[in-house]
Design a protein around this ligand. Structure first.
Ligand code: FES
Length: 228
Protein backbone atom coordinates (compact mmCIF):
# COMPACT_ATOMS: atom_id res chain seq x y z
CA UNK A 1 0.00 0.00 0.00
CA UNK A 2 1.20 3.45 -0.83
CA UNK A 3 1.33 5.25 2.50
CA UNK A 4 1.11 8.66 0.87
CA UNK A 5 -2.43 7.93 -0.22
CA UNK A 6 -5.63 7.25 1.66
CA UNK A 7 -6.38 7.51 5.38
CA UNK A 8 -3.19 5.64 6.25
CA UNK A 9 -1.18 8.70 5.24
CA UNK A 10 -2.46 10.72 8.19
CA UNK A 11 0.42 11.05 10.65
CA UNK A 12 -0.47 10.31 14.25
CA UNK A 13 1.70 12.14 16.73
CA UNK A 14 2.73 10.44 19.92
CA UNK A 15 3.25 12.42 23.15
CA UNK A 16 7.00 11.75 22.79
CA UNK A 17 7.00 13.48 19.40
CA UNK A 18 7.13 10.31 17.29
CA UNK A 19 4.88 10.46 14.24
CA UNK A 20 3.61 7.28 12.64
CA UNK A 21 1.11 6.75 9.86
CA UNK A 22 -2.06 4.81 10.53
CA UNK A 23 -0.75 2.07 8.21
CA UNK A 24 2.35 1.68 10.38
CA UNK A 25 0.21 1.46 13.50
CA UNK A 26 -2.09 -1.10 11.87
CA UNK A 27 0.98 -3.19 11.03
CA UNK A 28 1.93 -3.16 14.72
CA UNK A 29 -1.63 -4.17 15.60
CA UNK A 30 -1.46 -7.09 13.13
CA UNK A 31 1.66 -8.34 14.90
CA UNK A 32 -0.26 -8.30 18.19
CA UNK A 33 -3.24 -10.06 16.62
CA UNK A 34 -0.95 -12.77 15.21
CA UNK A 35 0.61 -13.25 18.64
CA UNK A 36 -2.79 -13.73 20.31
CA UNK A 37 -4.37 -15.68 17.47
CA UNK A 38 -6.56 -18.55 18.77
CA UNK A 39 -5.78 -17.83 22.45
CA UNK A 40 -8.83 -17.88 24.73
CA UNK A 41 -9.69 -14.61 26.51
CA UNK A 42 -7.49 -12.63 24.13
CA UNK A 43 -9.94 -9.82 23.36
CA UNK A 44 -9.24 -7.59 26.39
CA UNK A 45 -5.43 -7.81 26.22
CA UNK A 46 -5.58 -7.15 22.47
CA UNK A 47 -7.78 -4.10 23.06
CA UNK A 48 -5.43 -2.83 25.77
CA UNK A 49 -2.43 -3.20 23.49
CA UNK A 50 -4.32 -1.60 20.61
CA UNK A 51 -5.12 1.38 22.83
CA UNK A 52 -1.46 1.58 23.72
CA UNK A 53 -0.57 1.71 20.03
CA UNK A 54 -3.23 4.18 18.85
CA UNK A 55 -3.79 6.14 22.08
CA UNK A 56 -7.49 5.28 21.89
CA UNK A 57 -9.77 2.83 20.09
CA UNK A 58 -11.31 4.34 16.96
CA UNK A 59 -14.11 2.55 15.14
CA UNK A 60 -11.93 1.31 12.27
CA UNK A 61 -9.53 -0.30 14.74
CA UNK A 62 -12.39 -2.07 16.52
CA UNK A 63 -13.67 -3.35 13.18
CA UNK A 64 -10.17 -4.52 12.26
CA UNK A 65 -9.88 -6.43 15.55
CA UNK A 66 -13.39 -7.91 15.24
CA UNK A 67 -12.69 -9.13 11.71
CA UNK A 68 -9.36 -10.69 12.63
CA UNK A 69 -10.69 -12.40 15.76
CA UNK A 70 -13.87 -13.67 14.11
CA UNK A 71 -16.14 -11.64 16.38
CA UNK A 72 -18.96 -9.24 15.62
CA UNK A 73 -18.26 -5.50 15.79
CA UNK A 74 -21.07 -5.08 18.34
CA UNK A 75 -19.44 -7.63 20.67
CA UNK A 76 -16.08 -5.85 20.54
CA UNK A 77 -17.67 -2.40 20.90
CA UNK A 78 -19.74 -3.70 23.82
CA UNK A 79 -16.60 -4.79 25.70
CA UNK A 80 -14.98 -1.41 25.04
CA UNK A 81 -17.98 0.53 26.33
CA UNK A 82 -18.20 -1.69 29.44
CA UNK A 83 -14.71 -0.92 30.76
CA UNK A 84 -13.95 2.66 31.79
CA UNK A 85 -10.26 2.39 30.90
CA UNK A 86 -11.00 2.04 27.21
CA UNK A 87 -11.35 5.32 25.29
CA UNK A 88 -13.03 5.66 21.91
CA UNK A 89 -11.94 9.29 21.45
CA UNK A 90 -8.45 10.75 21.44
CA UNK A 91 -7.29 11.78 24.88
CA UNK A 92 -5.30 14.85 25.74
CA UNK A 93 -1.63 14.73 26.68
CA UNK A 94 -2.69 14.81 30.32
CA UNK A 95 -5.70 13.12 31.87
CA UNK A 96 -7.31 14.98 34.78
CA UNK A 97 -9.43 12.83 37.10
CA UNK A 98 -11.43 14.55 39.81
CA UNK A 99 -12.48 12.27 42.65
CA UNK A 100 -16.18 12.19 43.43
CA UNK A 101 -15.99 9.44 46.03
CA UNK A 102 -17.93 10.10 49.24
CA UNK A 103 -15.16 11.77 51.25
CA UNK A 104 -14.11 14.00 48.36
CA UNK A 105 -17.68 14.82 47.39
CA UNK A 106 -18.63 16.08 50.84
CA UNK A 107 -15.40 18.06 51.18
CA UNK A 108 -15.72 20.02 47.96
CA UNK A 109 -15.00 17.59 45.13
CA UNK A 110 -17.96 18.94 43.18
CA UNK A 111 -16.59 22.50 43.40
CA UNK A 112 -13.22 21.22 42.22
CA UNK A 113 -14.91 19.59 39.23
CA UNK A 114 -16.94 22.72 38.43
CA UNK A 115 -13.82 24.88 38.51
CA UNK A 116 -11.91 22.39 36.37
CA UNK A 117 -14.71 22.37 33.79
CA UNK A 118 -14.66 26.18 33.62
CA UNK A 119 -10.87 26.43 33.45
CA UNK A 120 -10.57 23.85 30.69
CA UNK A 121 -13.79 24.88 28.93
CA UNK A 122 -14.86 21.26 28.55
CA UNK A 123 -17.27 18.75 30.01
CA UNK A 124 -16.42 15.42 31.61
CA UNK A 125 -15.29 12.98 28.91
CA UNK A 126 -14.01 15.74 26.61
CA UNK A 127 -10.56 16.95 25.62
CA UNK A 128 -9.48 20.59 25.62
CA UNK A 129 -9.13 22.27 22.21
CA UNK A 130 -5.36 22.47 22.50
CA UNK A 131 -5.22 18.70 23.12
CA UNK A 132 -3.52 19.19 26.49
CA UNK A 133 -6.13 17.89 28.94
CA UNK A 134 -8.92 15.34 29.06
CA UNK A 135 -11.35 15.56 31.95
CA UNK A 136 -12.69 12.52 33.77
CA UNK A 137 -14.17 11.70 37.16
CA UNK A 138 -13.12 8.88 39.45
CA UNK A 139 -14.39 7.15 42.57
CA UNK A 140 -11.46 7.05 44.99
CA UNK A 141 -7.68 7.32 44.91
CA UNK A 142 -7.23 6.12 48.49
CA UNK A 143 -6.47 9.65 49.69
CA UNK A 144 -9.82 10.13 51.49
CA UNK A 145 -8.17 11.56 54.63
CA UNK A 146 -6.83 14.44 52.53
CA UNK A 147 -9.95 15.08 50.46
CA UNK A 148 -10.84 16.58 48.07
CA UNK A 149 -8.35 14.86 45.78
CA UNK A 150 -7.71 14.85 42.08
CA UNK A 151 -5.21 13.17 39.86
CA UNK A 152 -3.36 14.42 36.78
CA UNK A 153 -1.78 11.47 35.00
CA UNK A 154 -0.04 9.60 37.82
CA UNK A 155 0.26 12.56 40.18
CA UNK A 156 -2.26 12.82 43.03
CA UNK A 157 -3.18 16.28 44.36
CA UNK A 158 -4.64 16.35 47.85
CA UNK A 159 -6.71 18.98 49.69
CA UNK A 160 -7.32 20.69 46.36
CA UNK A 161 -8.62 24.22 46.58
CA UNK A 162 -10.59 25.46 43.55
CA UNK A 163 -8.66 28.74 43.75
CA UNK A 164 -5.41 26.83 43.09
CA UNK A 165 -6.56 24.91 40.03
CA UNK A 166 -5.46 27.49 37.45
CA UNK A 167 -2.00 27.54 39.02
CA UNK A 168 -1.78 23.73 38.97
CA UNK A 169 -2.81 23.51 35.31
CA UNK A 170 -0.30 26.20 34.35
CA UNK A 171 2.56 24.02 35.59
CA UNK A 172 1.75 21.50 32.82
CA UNK A 173 2.32 24.17 30.18
CA UNK A 174 5.71 24.95 31.69
CA UNK A 175 7.19 21.60 32.73
CA UNK A 176 10.59 23.11 33.51
CA UNK A 177 9.03 25.52 35.99
CA UNK A 178 7.06 22.68 37.50
CA UNK A 179 10.16 20.63 37.91
CA UNK A 180 12.07 23.38 39.65
CA UNK A 181 9.17 24.28 41.92
CA UNK A 182 8.77 20.62 42.81
CA UNK A 183 12.38 20.48 43.86
CA UNK A 184 12.94 20.32 47.55
CA UNK A 185 13.98 23.65 49.00
CA UNK A 186 17.62 24.06 49.91
CA UNK A 187 18.61 23.15 53.42
CA UNK A 188 16.37 25.17 55.65
CA UNK A 189 17.90 27.53 58.18
CA UNK A 190 17.79 26.09 61.62
CA UNK A 191 15.28 28.05 63.65
CA UNK A 192 16.91 30.23 66.25
CA UNK A 193 14.94 28.48 68.97
CA UNK A 194 16.72 25.20 68.24
CA UNK A 195 20.13 26.68 68.91
CA UNK A 196 21.57 25.22 72.03
CA UNK A 197 22.13 27.85 74.67
CA UNK A 198 25.77 28.46 75.43
CA UNK A 199 26.71 26.33 78.37
CA UNK A 200 27.78 28.13 81.46
CA UNK A 201 31.40 27.55 81.82
CA UNK A 202 33.23 27.46 85.06
CA UNK A 203 35.72 29.72 83.27
CA UNK A 204 33.83 32.69 84.66
CA UNK A 205 34.93 31.74 88.10
CA UNK A 206 38.38 31.14 86.79
CA UNK A 207 38.37 34.58 85.24
CA UNK A 208 37.03 36.00 88.41
CA UNK A 209 39.79 34.24 90.24
CA UNK A 210 42.27 35.53 87.69
CA UNK A 211 40.98 39.06 87.94
CA UNK A 212 41.09 38.97 91.66
CA UNK A 213 44.53 37.39 91.46
CA UNK A 214 45.76 40.66 89.95
CA UNK A 215 44.89 42.25 93.16
CA UNK A 216 46.71 39.48 95.07
CA UNK A 217 43.47 37.84 96.12
CA UNK A 218 41.30 34.97 94.85
CA UNK A 219 37.89 33.46 95.50
CA UNK A 220 37.70 29.80 96.40
CA UNK A 221 35.00 27.44 95.16
CA UNK A 222 33.06 28.13 98.32
CA UNK A 223 33.07 31.83 97.56
CA UNK A 224 35.61 32.72 100.22
CA UNK A 225 37.87 35.54 99.22
CA UNK A 226 41.45 34.64 99.93
CA UNK A 227 44.03 37.26 99.88
CA UNK A 228 47.71 36.88 99.20
S1 FES B 1 -13.05 9.49 48.23
FE1 FES B 1 -11.66 10.71 47.13
S2 FES B 1 -9.75 9.82 47.54
FE2 FES B 1 -11.13 8.53 48.55
Amino acid sequence: MNEKEGPGAVPIACACGEKATESELLRRLDEILAEYHGKPGALIPVLQLAQGIFGYLPENVLKHIALDMGKSYSEVAGVVSFYAFFATHPRGRHVVRVCLGTACYVRGGKQVLETMRKELGIEVGETSKDGMFSLEVARCFGACGLAPAMCIDEEVYKRVRPSKIREILATYYAPAAKKSSARKPAAAKRPAATKRPAAKRPVAKKHAATRTAKTNSRITAKGVKVHG
